[in-house]
Design a protein around this ligand. Structure first.
Ligand SMILES: [Zn+2]
Length: 124
């Protein structure tokens, strides 16, 4: 399991009580709230924040994030974000996420299509 600082979202060690990057007191944060915050961050106006939230939700294997991630995938025109979402869905690994990746193989966008094909192959 990978851990992330709930304030600055950098990767930290499970034993860290205080974030070595931003000095946030980790024990103040509930992990559940953190997941909610990340899901809310999917609607953040800054592209980099959204990308980072997608990445972390994947690492956390957040089943709750699957629906919001699917919605974001359909909304966004940003190909790199789409690829990041596919990778996160693949990490979360629930049936619904995998089925969605299979449908993306029919994508018109070559790079997105290839990423979906690659993920399906690795998953087998
Ligand atoms: Zn931090």
């Amino acid at each position: 399991m990978t851990f992330f600082c709930p304030r600055c979202w950098k990767e930290i060690k499970a034993v860290d009580k205080v974030c070595p990057y931003c000095s946030a007191n980790i024990s103040e944060f509930e992990n559940k709230d953190f997941e909610e915050k990340l899901i809310n961050a999917l609607r953040h106006p800054e592209r980099e924040t959204v990308r980072r939230a997608v990445f972390i939700l994947g690492k956390l294997k957040s089943v709750k994030a699957v629906q919001p991630l699917l919605a974001l995938f359909k909304q966004t025109d940003n190909i790199f974000l789409k690829i990041e979402i596919l990778k996160a869905l693949n990490e979360i690994g629930v049936q619904e996420a995998k089925e969605f990746i299979i449908t993306v193989i029919d994508s018109d966008v070559g790079i997105v299509k290839r990423k979906a094909q690659e993920l399906i192959k690795i998953g087998k």
